[in-house]
Structure formats: structure tokens, C-alpha cells
Design a protein around this ligand. Structure first.
Ligand code: B1M
Length: 209
């Protein structure tokens, strides 16, 4: 649909006002809610993730795209809730204990939302027990851990160990952050490592799908 095409484009280039206006137009044209979400928003954030991965855009562009998506979601969310349309998957995310960096974690969380995940963001400096409590409460399909400091990598290891020991019914563990590597993920038994927010969304869909 041409309106969805325009909505997707305004999200990709991060024009919040346009995103809001095209969302309203799509609603006025009676385009089904799920179609607006899937064909415009999820698709747009997928493209944004791809561009980011290929270094065609950088953090600021990604942030404005996420903000444009948020503007659209402000209009859609109450209608989606009323129609009983809920995100298919749930994710819990947080920055590990001792670590206060949250820009990368927030980007990953926003991209996951763009892929139609319900995201419970525990914030920064999250101790292992808090991850476990949240996992028990929300029964997530995916648990994301972020660490930006070499000194908080042991906290990440401890959190993964604690989550495994908690014997949760489900919940794949994804880790990331500047000092993290695939080798470290293998060492501590995380289910996945991704290097950037674009791959984090691709991998998330692959892990839970
Ligand atoms: Co800090 N800091 N910092 N800092 N800081 C770094 C990380 C550092 C590399 C700077 C340096 O010295 N060159 C260094 C770490 C050195 C090391 O450990 N080897 C460092 C240090 C030392 C510190 C302090 C200790 C400084 C001090 O007080 N002496 C202190 C620690 C505080 C603490 O956490 N306890 C500290 C504090 C801070 C600020 C508060 C000032 C601020 C954070 C603000 C905030 O986050 N709200 C800050 C910042 C901004 C940085 C730098 C400059 C930028 C980090 C960032 O946001 N990058 C950073 C240096 C640098 O990287 N250039 C630095 C942008 C962001 C989009 O990237 O977070 O890597 P990133 O996320 C990426 C990927 O890693 C991945 O996707 C994201 C998007 O592509 N990713 C995931 C991240 N999480 C993921 C999770 C996933 C998957 C992918 O799955 C769940």
C-alpha cells in the first residue's frame, strides 16, 4: 500500500512528524493494524538494522529512526491493545551488574520492539537475581545481557550461570557489548552473541522463531 510505503520511508529517514501523519492516514484508510505494524514499521526497522550493519548509517540516524517508530506506535498501541493484538514474543533485557552504560542496550531494545517483541527493560546495573526474578515473572522467549566494561564481563558470566541454574522453562540468552566476543559467549554458555543492534534483531527472530 502506498501509505505504508511512505510510513516506512519516514521511519527509515527518521521523520517523526511524517511517521505520525502517515500512521493516521493509514488508520483513516482502514488498513488493518497488523499490516501497518508488519509491512511498515517492522519492515522499516529491519532496513534500518541492515543499513546500520553495513555502516551506511550510524547511531544518531538509528536513534531518530527509532524515535519515529515510537511516534507511530503511540497511535497504534492503544488500538492494538483494544483489538487484543499482542506482540508474539517477550524479551527481558538489561545491562549487567556494575555497568552503567545503556546506549547500546537501549538501541537493541528499540530494535527488538520494532520487530514486534514485548521488551521488559530492566535498566542498568542489574544483578543476577533481578534477571531471574524478571524471567520468572514474564517468562520471556529471550533474555538479553549487555556489558561495556571488561571489568563487568565476570558479572555477565555470573548472570548467565545464575540464569542457567534457575532452570527456567524457556528463554534463550543473548549477550553483547563492545568487549564481548563469540568466544566469550561460547565460554560462558550464552546461546548467542551479536556485535550490533542490527544483528541483534536478526538473531533474536532466528532464536525464538
Ligand atoms: Co564509559 N567506557 N565508562 N561511559 N564509555 C567505555 C566503554 C570505554 C571503552 C572508554 C575508553 O576508555 N576508551 C571504557 C571501557 C574500557 C574497558 O573496559 N576496557 C569506559 C570506562 C572505563 C568507563 C568508566 C569506568 C570511566 C570512569 O568513570 N573512570 C565509567 C564506568 C561507569 C560504569 O559503568 N560503572 C564509564 C562511564 C561512562 C559514562 C556514564 C560517562 C557514559 C555512559 C552513558 C550511558 O550509557 N548512558 C560512557 C560512554 C558514553 C562511553 C563510550 C564513550 C561510548 C559507549 C557507547 O554508548 N557506545 C565508550 C567508548 C566507546 O565505545 N567509544 C566508553 C555507543 C553504543 C551504541 O555502542 O554500547 O557498544 P555499544 O553497543 C553496540 C554493540 O556493542 C551492541 O549493539 C550496540 C549497537 O550496535 N550491543 C549489543 C550492546 N549491547 C548489546 C546486547 C546485545 C547485543 C548487542 O544482546 C543483548
Amino acid at each position: 500500500h502506498p501509505i505504508l510505503e511512505q510510513l516506512a520511508n519516514s521511519v527509515i529517514i527518521g521523520r517523526s512528524k511524517d511517521a505520525k501523519a502517515f500512521t493516521q492516514q493509514a488508520l483513516d484508510a482502514s488498513i488493518p493494524l497488523q499490516q501497518i505494524v508488519d509491512d511498515a514499521l517492522v519492515r522499516a526497522m529491519g532496513i534500518v538494522g541492515e543499513k546500520f550493519k553495513r555502516n551506511e548509517i550510524f547511531v544518531p540516524e538509528m536513534l531518530v529512526a527509532a524515535r519515529a517508530m515510537k511516534e507511530s506506535m503511540i497511535l497504534l498501541e492503544p488500538l492494538l491493545a483494544k483489538a487484543g493484538i499482542v506482540p508474539k514474543y517477550t524479551a527481558v533485557i538489561g545491562t549487567v551488574q556494575g555497568d552503567l552504560h545503556d546506549i547500546g542496550k537501549n538501541l537493541v531494545a528499540m530494535m527488538w520492539k520494532g520487530a514486534n517483541f514485548r521488551v521488559i527493560d530492566l535498566g542498568t546495573n542489574v544483578d543476577p537475581q533481578k534477571f531471574i526474578d524478571a524471567a520468572k515473572q514474564h517468562n520471556p522467549d529471550l533474555i538479553g545481557l549487555s556489558a561495556l566494561l571488561t571489568t563487568t564481563m565476570p558479572a555477565m558470566k555470573a548472570t548467565v550461570a545464575a540464569l542457567k541454574a534457575a532452570n527456567l522453562p524457556k528463554g534463550k540468552i543473548m549477550i553483547g557489548g563492545a568487549p564481548i566476543t563469540q568466544q566469550f559467549a561460547d565460554e560462558i554458555g550464552a546461546d548467542a552473541y551479536t556485535a550490533d543492534a542490527g544483528s541483534a534483531v536478526e538473531k533474536a527472530v532466528e532464536l525464538v522463531g
